[in-house]
Design a protein around this ligand. Structure first.
Ligand code: NDP
Length: 508
């Protein structure tokens, strides 16, 4: 791989062609209303392109196209190995166009190009490839009946699946839904977040190039309150897969109840406790994990380790290390490969983060690092890595999802107290614990109410393990074979065996 400099990326950016239309039934189209919304570069505040603002009318057209494609069977009824070949081609095309996709991701949502090129794009392509590889290795069941029957238990695709995804990992969150949903044979309508539609629109074209039949993947850029809501309420959408805020996740449950009881799966973020006990086996490694756990992707990560729960005897030493490491996360130009922290996705999101920082100060926490907007002259939305010490778990900065580079440090007197504080939240997406004692690690892991628990590490894992939440972090799992289960339904076919006279003779 050639080493690319900031000026290489900037010069590529000037030549990039942004897709601005919706993608329905294999064609690019304007919204029926003709309305658009701006896709903004959060590193400069400037508009990249105006994108079709789809609403209810476009949703109706897309759902019809998806349903027709599903019933035609050119995707839903072909063999899993045939679907596998197309999806593997898509994964390959994503890697062939990895620089372009990475650039779209960084320009549109502000993340460092090194991360989008080395993490977002390859991990997204791998998700598509892994689901493709898995789908022709799944067998149905034959139930243990008596000799007078044969009962088959098979999995069938659901039909039309809508995926409403957020802006923090636009391509990856889309692929976490598309990989298993398409592999299982469904037609999918993807609504990217209004802040970050550009990579999804390019992905739709690549999917067609890979051989996905028309209507099997439709991409509808648009606002949540219009396009998102119309998908949630649609009577002919069979399932809705969502990642985003708990507030909007609850709306989707309501939409389902008000319409056709479509099944809903929700991944809704959290307030991840990162516990460091006094017998931590490696304080330097823990400090690195604490810093990357909250500053990676500008802190805009659903499982960001936003609450550091540390045993008091090691608090000062750990904090000193975390603050020293945080200097390496000063925000920079997302297109510079040396940048480790980019821009916050939008002005409203930056204002929200700064408002939380004010609330931390007002509630009496000690601001020991950062706290300000920086690089103001760029016109972009950058916030320093920020650390609050002396946080009580009842403060807003310890209870609410900030979705920015803000760490809240809570001192604990014992492992017991740390686990209790860790669970004292409405969320339950993830948790981490550092200790040298395997018994402490395992018993804490059992008591932590979270979908993922990391021991002596943070945010580790790969496509083979499920990811999702307990409590108000949602339900349903992305990744792993379990995600495929979410996009398919079990069917029982019970066949009565009536012995013919000839068969009866054989049996006697
Ligand atoms: P949202 O939950 O509002 O957005 C997620 C997705 O839902 C987007 O596609 C959005 O569309 C759509 N949406 C928004 N409102 C509705 C609605 N009424 N009906 C149907 N769909 C809707 O997240 P925000 O972007 O507003 O971010 C706010 C906070 O949410 C963040 O600060 C963070 O705390 C949390 N969040 C959590 C994420 C996670 O990964 N768990 C990801 C993103 C945010 P649109 O783009 O038009 O808003």
């Amino acid at each position: 791989m050639t080493i690319r400099t900031a000026s290489d990326w900037r010069s590529d950016a000037t030549r990039l062609r942004f897709r601005r239309q919706a993608f329905i039934d294999g064609k690019t189209v304007d919204a029926l209303s003709g309305l658009t919304f701006p896709a903004i570069n959060p590193a400069s505040g400037s508009t990249l392109v105006s994108v079709a603002a789809c609403d209810q009318a476009d949703v109706d057209v897309a759902v019809k196209s998806s349903r027709t494609a599903f019933e035609r069977g050119a995707w839903s009824a072909i063999s899993p190995s045939a679907r596998k070949r197309v999806l593997l081609r898509l994964a390959e095309l994503m890697m062939t166009h990895a620089d372009e996709l990475a650039l779209l991701e960084s320009l549109n949502m502000g993340k460092p190009i090194t991360d989008s090129r080395n993490i977002d794009v390859p991990v997204s392509a791998n998700c598509i490839a892994w689901n493709a590889e898995a789908i022709d290795k799944l067998y149905g069941e034959i139930a243990p009946t008596g000799s007078d029957a044969l009962a088959l238990v098979t999995r069938e695709p659901l039909g039309v699946v809508a995926a409403v995804v957020p802006w923090n990992f636009p391509l990856l969150m889309a692929c976490w839904k598309l990989g298993p949903a398409l592999a299982a044979g469904n037609s999918v309508i993807l609504k990217p977040a209004e802040q970050s539609p550009l990579s999804a629109l390019r992905l739709a074209e690549l999917a067609m190039e890979a051989g996905l039949p028309e209507g099997v993947l439709n991409v509808l850029p648009g606002l949540g309150e219009t396009a998102g809501q119309a998908l949630g309420l649609h009577m002919d959408v069979d399932a809705l897969a969502f990642t985003g805020s708990t507030e909007v996740g609850k709306l989707f449950m309501g939409y389902s109840g008000k319409s056709n009881m479509k099944r809903v799966s929700l991944e809704c973020g959290g307030k991840t406790p990162h516990i460091i006990l006094r017998d931590c086996p490696n304080l330097d490694a823990a400090a690195q994990a604490v810093a990357s756990g909250i500053f990676f992707n500008q802190g805009e990560v659903c499982n960001a380790g936003s609450r550091l729960l540390v045993e008091e005897p090691i608090r000062e030493a750990l904090l000193e290390k975390v603050i020293a490491i945080s200097a390496g996360y000063m925000p920079g130009d997302p297109l510079d490969p040396a940048t480790t922290m980019g821009a916050i996705v939008s002005k409203p999101q930056m204002d929200r983060v700064l408002e939380y920082i004010d609330s931390g100060k007002n509630e009496g926490a000690a601001l020991v690092r950062g706290g300000k907007r920086v690089r103001v002259e760029s016109g972009g939305f950058f916030v320093e890595p920020t650390v609050f010490d002396g946080v009580r778990n009842d403060m807003r900065i310890a209870r609410e999802e900030i979705f920015g580079p803000v760490l809240s440090v809570v001192s604990c007197a014992s492992a017991e107290e740390a686990v209790r504080v860790a669970n004292d939240t409405i969320y339950g997406l993830a948790a981490a614990i550092w200790t040298s004692n395997i018994d402490t690690a395992l018993s804490a892991s059992r008591r932590l109410r979270a979908g993922s628990v990391w021991v002596n590490c943070f945010d580790e894992g790969n496509i083979t393990v499920p990811f999702g939440g307990f409590k108000q972090s949602g339900f349903g799992r992305d990744k792993s074979i379990h995600a495929i289960e979410k996009y398919s339904d079990l069917k029982t076919t019970w066949i009565k065996i009536n012995p013919t006279p000839a068969a009866a003779r054989v049996l006697t």
